[in-house]
Design a protein around this ligand. Sequence first.
Ligand code: 5AD
Ligand code: SF4
Length: 495
Amino acid sequence: MNTNDTHILNNTIMSSAPLEEPARQEFFMEKCHELVEDYMIRKGKAPSFFVATFGCQMNAHDSEKLIGILERIGYTEAEKEVDADFVIFNTCTVRENANQKLYGHLGALKKKKQQSPDMLIGICGCMMQQPETVEVIRDKYKIVDIVFGTFNFYKLAELLYRRLSGDEKQVIEVLSAPEKNVENLPEKRKYAFKSGVNIMYGCNNFCTYCIVPYVRGRERSRTPEDILCEIKRLVSEGCVEIMLLGQNVNSYGINYLDESETINENPDYDFPDLLEDVCKIEGLKRVRFMTSHPKDLSDKLIDVIVRNPKVARHIHLPVQSGSTAILKAMNRRYTKEDYLALVDKIRAKLPDVSLTTDIMIGFPGETEEDIQDTIDVINYAKYDQAFTFIYSIRTGTPAAKMEQLPEELVNERFNRVLEVVRESCSEVSARFEGCTKEVLVETENDHMDGYLTGRMDNNILVHFPGDKSLIGSFVNVKLNEAKGFYYLGEIDEFQ
Ligand code: 5AD
Ligand code: SF4
């Protein structure tokens, strides 16, 4: 915090060979820890943090790593954002309302920061990968202390140390492309019994509406060794369910982050191979994956799912639109007929599968006929769940330059499609009423005393009476009543 620290830092880094990652971050975690110890002597308690996560599973998983670093440094987790000494926003920018959400939170914290100037605010994640947003933060939100992006979030301790020990009021470091892959950083998992595992980063698909390839960079797969090793460690720590994460898991293995023996021995190693290897890990009970681009979902993958009961009978297969013309304008590289044929093929081999999807309404040029095609697909595919979004213009994407539809028309279409989705999904997801299914118990129920909440392998939630000692274990639950998007049930003692 004083100038001496800066000297120590510079001497240590400069007088010897530069530290390689992750040792460099270990060094800064240690330096921050010393500052936390000073703080504890002065204030009689550890400083607290709150990480607010917006957006997808990737961000949720990145936040677990941020929390791991903060806890290693000596911070303790605050229950609420307003109570924390250090608030970090891990942002999303996939739709405009995600951006607005951040500004709302910053506005709410302004007063608190004025009253307690020691409080720190950090922002990271996808929104910070856009230079114009960083400019807004630099010019208008001086209350923000640290800004970093998706390619250097592992540097949290280093940036925090720079902010606390130097003269910079705002430390901003955003990279435009990944520099290196840093493995083995601390992480604090939200659940002890299940975890996400990144198998790849970035996306090469450039769907014309989507900002992800610009803010998360090109596709980079982790090596099978790194992934399998991480999962084995997680299982040894008590994890029973793993979710393999990638923007498009079906293109796993095309571009690697590092060289590895497996890749050299078997250059054709792909996602189905990885999935099959993951299933071989003893002690692991359930494997999920997300997300599958329909253009790349292979027969080989379906066959691996068929012969491995550990793989959840659930495929998230974002359709976006049912209209071949709109799919072409979106650069999705499949037609309505291709998609429906894929649904048929999956259902023929996996009759008990649950399909879920993402649907976008209001893409430029969409006509009433296109909406009808989307409704056709919803009715044909019989989704258990469909996430429906209003198209949101993202600066820098090709679709942003196309002629946009009037808001009122889009809202009317959205509400209409949402109604179809509600009706179809509640009917489809009710098909298990009366059956007994295996459920992984996740939490105590927030609203009903004495109830637990668990997830079936098709990702649907079930609430049922039970003791919290069951959290983290699999139980058989009789699904008494379908409630639209969830079930009410009871433990089936006879199964
Ligand atoms: N507007 C609205 N929804 C979008 N999505 C991605 N980009 C946009 C956008 N510009 C949706 C897609 C994707 C999901 C994660 O978010 O449906 O599958
Ligand atoms: Fe975005 Fe398309 Fe990549 Fe998905 S596949 S992240 S929608 S560009």
